[in-house]
Design a protein around this ligand. Structure first.
Ligand SMILES: Cc1cc2nc3c(=O)[nH]c(=O)nc-3n(C[C@H](O)[C@H](O)[C@H](O)COP(=O)(O)OP(=O)(O)OC[C@H]3O[C@@H](n4cnc5c(N)ncnc54)[C@H](O)[C@@H]3O)c2cc1C
Length: 402
């Protein structure tokens, strides 16, 4: 019996550990394209840039762990072929047979063609190698295209290291699609207070590299000359292998509520999985916590489990001395109200997003007890007390609003 896992990221390695934890004693083949054992990516745009972490400290399990748990980890081994009828896959010229298969191939940064073609020093931040490239430029001048989470985290690292950074964002606010008009301005204020040149409602018209000098021309005609251009405009599911093999995909590998695909014996988890969530409907989540939990859930399903994956999406970010956590799921544009408690100007606050008359999501900045209070409110009716910023979150829970 062999359970194969394609993708040596967080979802893949957590599936392997859960299989052993649950007593599966057959073979496990964990196959990753990268030359490293599985590692955590969040430090790549945070502590690793600033030397607070090392590549070793990002590693999920030691070499000994894989030996002790009898997991056949293959690194630097992209899977190039998959035959779901014969139940085989091909890696490095070798054919591997599987009984159950997990596709955990993650996602890849979206590319900006004009950046790729410019000849300039352009970085997309996904791997340890990318992070090392960014780290080399931290004290220089950097242009970041896109004020999403990764772009803002790198901007914070550049400022903390003493470099100069311009962030160019098309939308009116950083993180606008997730946080909306009510909360996103807080992150603009945070970065401007730390000296980031934040260009909002702005576009990049052209990038060129001539005579050893990079030029980034903005839509308004301004021209910047950075040492490096970091493009952080989102990620796309890496579903190429699945699609080639005929596993149904739609901007990710389609999976049901238990993370099984429509193809027998094939499951999906992590960034690559588009799954049916019992609360949020069809969903693809690109979060660290989800990769861990879905990897484990898929492992249980591979062993015959029938439970739906019902965890609320959760993510975190750290920028300067502000830490935030967000739990739940709603596009900011779909929220009918946002209730902000605390003091956004002091970067200590909470927000609840109301949609469909219920609490759909919540976040905090530097209010570390808040996530535990927000979780029980998710899906609950947005009563007057919930909508009243004068009523503390803790009182909502004890008053039975949760
Ligand atoms: C810089 C950065 C910072 C982040 N910070 C945060 C954060 O602060 N908070 C948060 O919640 N989330 C964060 N994330 C997101 C989080 O890291 C991801 O959601 C998580 O890594 C997804 O794990 P995964 O296992 O699904 O995919 P991945 O981590 O992408 O792993 C998939 C692996 O599969 C491999 N692969 C792909 N195709 C093949 C193939 N054909 N054969 C073999 N292997 C293959 C890939 O090379 C990759 O190693 C961050 C991501 C990045 C890039």
């Amino acid at each position: 019996m062999n359970f194969a896992i394609v993708g040596g990221g967080l979802a893949g390695v957590n599936a392997a550990s859960e299989l052993r934890r649950r007593g599966y004693d057959g073979d496990i083949t964990l196959i990753g394209a990268e030359p490293h054992p599985p590692y955590d990516r969040p430090p790549l745009s945070k502590g690793l840039l600033l030397g607070k972490e090392t590549p070793e400290s990002t590693t999920v399990y030691s070499e000994e762990w894989f030996a002790e748990h009898d997991v056949d980890l293959r690194t630097g081994a992209p899977v190039t072929g998959l035959d779901t009828r014969a139940r085989t896959l091909v890696t490095g010229g070798e054919t591997v047979r599987y009984d159950e298969l997990l596709i955990a191939t993650g996602s890849q940064p979206r590319h900006l063609a004009m950046a790729d073609e410019s000849g300039a020093d352009v970085v997309y931040l996904r791997t340890l190698e990318d992070s090392a490239r960014v780290a080399r430029h931290l004290t220089g001048s950097v242009v970041i295209v896109g004020a999403g989470w990764i772009g803002l985290e790198v901007a914070a690292a550049v400022r903390e290291a003493g470099g100069r950074v311009t962030v160019v964002e098309m939308l009116p606010w950083p993180l606008h699609n997730v946080l909306g008009d009510e909360v996103a301005p807080m992150f603009a204020a945070l970065h401007r207070a730390h000296g980031v040149d934040l260009r909002l409602g702005a576009s990049v018209a052209a990038i060129s590299h001539e005579g050893g000098r990079t030029s980034v021309r903005l839509g308004d005609g301004d021209v910047l000359h950075p040492d490096m251009v970091l493009v952080g405009i989102g990620a796309a599911a890496d579903d190429a292998l699945a699609a080639q093999a005929g596993v149904p995909t739609d901007r990710g590998v389609l999976a049901d509520a238990r993370l099984a695909t429509a193809v027998p014996h094939v499951f999906a988890a992590g960034d690559v999985a588009v799954h049916d969530h019992p609360v949020y409907g069809r969903l693809r989540v690109e979060h660290w916590d989800t990769a861990i939990k879905q990897g484990r859930h898929a492992a249980r399903s591979m062993m015959g489990g029938v439970e739906p994956y019902a965890e609320h999406p959760y993510f975190f970010s750290d920028q300067y001395d502000v830490g935030m956590e967000y739990v739940g799921h709603v596009a900011a544009a779909d929220a009918e109200a946002v209730v902000v408690r605390g003091d956004p100007d002091a970067f200590r606050m909470t927000a609840l997003w109301i949609a469909g008359g219920v609490v759909a999501a919540g976040m905090h900045a530097n209010d570390w007890d808040a996530t535990a209070l927000i979780r029980p409110l998710l899906g609950r009716p947005a009563t007057d007390a919930v909508r009243d910023p004068g009523v503390p979150l803790a009182d909502l829970v004890t008053a039975g609003d949760a």
